[in-house]
Design a protein around this ligand. Structure first.
Ligand SMILES: Nc1ncnc2c1ncn2[C@@H]1O[C@H](COP(=O)(O)OP(=O)(O)OP(=O)(O)O)[C@@H](O)[C@H]1O
Ligand SMILES: [Mg+2]
Length: 558
């Protein structure tokens, strides 16, 4: 069959330049690719996982423990490998954490499915079994494992943040960063149009300032912009400012390049120069007349106009990065103005395009002056200043902090968390195995494999912590089996929150120990890992076309 794809098979009418791999061979190749991707990142899982150093083609170094970041920097060629890389990225954007685990589970699901298919079980059966197992598992997490955060209180939120951080660079600083993440996120609470609380992670502004130790990182409410006021003569703080955010120059207008003006009378030349200066002065005056007291510009403002603003008691900040300008506009309810032109062909300032806040002030941060906007009218913001010795560390600190913000957001919005350290995965393994025995169909086998694949997480966690994985996992399974057999009011049922204590190589009640994770992150992780594995399993033919040959004519010109 594959003969028709050979390039030199000129006799066949079906000649296609390329190669074809089908059936078991392609499945094994894809599974191999997925396993190699998982192998790269598996040692970085868990609180005792190690980091990876990646050097790109121009020598830029990144040191990271975050699954999605590591995979993004690898240049994966294999199409099935790329699916897994996308999977990690998707988990990163949707949940923000659990990117390493999702890839490990997907690869394990694939490996086990491949073994089943080699044993003459049809891929369609395996896929159906996996789908059913995933559905049951998600239901089990929501019904049996999830704990309501209202009952556990604020401490639970700090613990969730702590669990995500503990596997990262910030893990060594105790609850310092975890508490900061919870406070920073709570400060930006808003409600959506249905009245549900929302915690936008983007409203937490993270600034990275080199120098000083990580412990000197700090947090305050308000949006900090890493720029000072344009002039020393301006006020240091201003209450209830009216804010304009502009994206045009307020500098002396010049004729466009190439414009020629022939002047006979020298007085006219003077008039043109004056007019050029006046155009911007009028704009500045227009803004001031509209009541603007704080002007944020992505471009420059000439000294003369800065003087005008300062004399009027207003403040200006120039060369604001575009991204910051957009966020300031969004937070204060202003519009990012690219021009003052109105529909009549004149220029004017529309009062609805101006924003407001409670206070804008300049404060000293490390060696620099920064402008802080507090109490913005539309969306409150908070700012976290991370301090660290070098850029590599700061970048990784930002990523870890972002992970913990995402985890806290998920818990605050969904209100549920689950014990970590392999507790959920082991409970699911026991539950799905007994669920499989209630089915009389072929899917049973696939469900058992699905259950066992989940154990790869506690296994990898204990291997990374240099502990005896076989002993720990056998014990953990026994605990969870006992918990699931016990009635809800018996003390044995509390064994369900037992998981690994990786630092001491024991088992412990992870709810009490404070190792908690967002329930939603686990559910999303299972769903996406199953979908990705199924996507790859469905492939039974790979046809790769050869790149088109360019005609070898050294004098190709006509
Ligand atoms: N103190 C702890 N004790 C036991 N297990 C822990 C502890 N802290 C975290 N874990 C477990 O470690 C795993 C998370 O590890 P890690 O953060 O390295 O990977 P990830 O969240 O899957 O991916 P990433 O954070 O890179 O996006 C979870 O299964 C969690 O339950
Ligand atoms: Mg994590």
């Amino acid at each position: 069959m594959s003969g028709i794809f050979e390039t030199n098979n000129q006799d066949s009418a079906l000649t296609i330049g390329g190669t074809r791999v089908s059936g078991q061979e392609v499945r094994s190749q894809n599974v191999m690719a997925a396993l190699s991707i998982a192998n790269v990142i598996k040692t970085s899982l868990g609180p005792v996982g190690l980091d990876k150093m990646l050097v790109d083609d121009v020598g830029d170094v990144t040191i990271s423990n975050d699954g999605a970041t590591i995979l993004k920097l690898l240049e994966v060629e294999h199409p099935a490998g790329k699916i897994l890389v996308n999977l990690a990225q998707q988990q990163d954007t949707e949940v923000g954490d659990g990117t390493t685990s999702v890839v490990i589970i997907a690869a394990e699901l694939l490996r086990r499915a491949n073994e089943l298919i080699k044993g003459h079980i049809h891929p369609a059966t395996v896929i159906a079994g996996y789908r059913l197992a995933c559905k049951e598992a998600c239901k089990f997490i929501a019904d049996q494992m999830a704990l309501k955060v209202d009952k556990l209180g604020n401490e639970a939120l700090v613990n969730v943040a702590m669990t995500t951080i503990s596997s990262k660079i910030l893990g060594g600083y105790g609850t310092f960063f975890a508490e900061m993440a919870v406070d920073a996120l709570k400060a930006v609470k808003t409600t959506d149009f249905r009245g549900k609380p929302r915690y936008p992670v983007a409203a937490v502004n993270v600034l990275k300032v080199r120098g000083a130790s990580a412990r000197e990182s700090s947090y305050f409410t308000g949006y900090a912009l890493y720029r000072p006021f344009t002039s020393q003569a301006m006020k240091r703080s201003l209450k209830n400012p009216k804010i304009a955010v502009v994206d045009f120059d307020i500098t002396k207008t010049r004729m466009k390049m190439g414009v020629n003006v022939v002047i006979d009378n020298p007085e006219n030349l003077e008039a043109i120069r004056k007019r050029e200066a006046d155009i911007s002065a009028e704009r500045a005056r227009m803004l001031l007349d509209a009541g603007v007291t704080a002007l944020f510009s992505t471009r420059g403002v000439d000294d003369v106009y800065v003087k005008m603003f300062a004399e009027a008691g207003a403040v200006t900040v120039t060369r604001v990065p575009k991204e910051d300008a957009r966020r300031i506009a969004k937070g204060t309810g202003a519009s990012l103005l690219t021009t003052l032109a109105n529909l009549d062909g004149d220029e004017s300032v529309d009062p609805t395009t101006l924003g407001s806040a409670e206070l804008v002030e300049q404060v000293r941060l490390a060696d620099d002056d920064v402008v802080v906007i507090r109490g913005a009218s539309e969306q409150r913001a908070s700012t976290v200043i991370l301090r660290g010795p070098n850029d590599y560390m700061l970048e990784e600190m930002e990523r870890s902090f972002h992970d913990s913000l995402c985890a806290v957001k998920r818990v605050l919005e969904s209100g549920a968390c689950v014990p970590g350290g392999g507790a959920v995965e082991t409970a699911l393994d026991i539950y799905l195995e007994s669920f499989a025995t209630t089915l009389g169909s072929r899917e049973q086998l696939a469900i058992v494999e699905f259950a066992n694949a989940l154990l790869s997480i506690p296994k990898q966690l204990s291997v990374n912590a240099a502990k005896d994985s076989i002993e720990l996992i056998s014990k953990l399974r026994a605990y969870h089996a006992a918990a699931q057999k016990a009635s809800a009011d018996s003390p044995r049922s509390q064994l369900k929150s037992y998981g690994l204590d990786l630092h001491n190589g024991k088992l412990c009640d992870n709810v009490k120990a404070g190792v908690l994770e967002p329930a939603m992150s686990k559910i999303k992780m299972l769903k996406s890992a199953t979908e990705a594995a199924i996507n790859i399993l469905r492939i039974d033919d790979m046809i790769k076309l050869l790149p088109e040959q360019q005609p070898e004519d050294p004098h190709a010109h006509m």
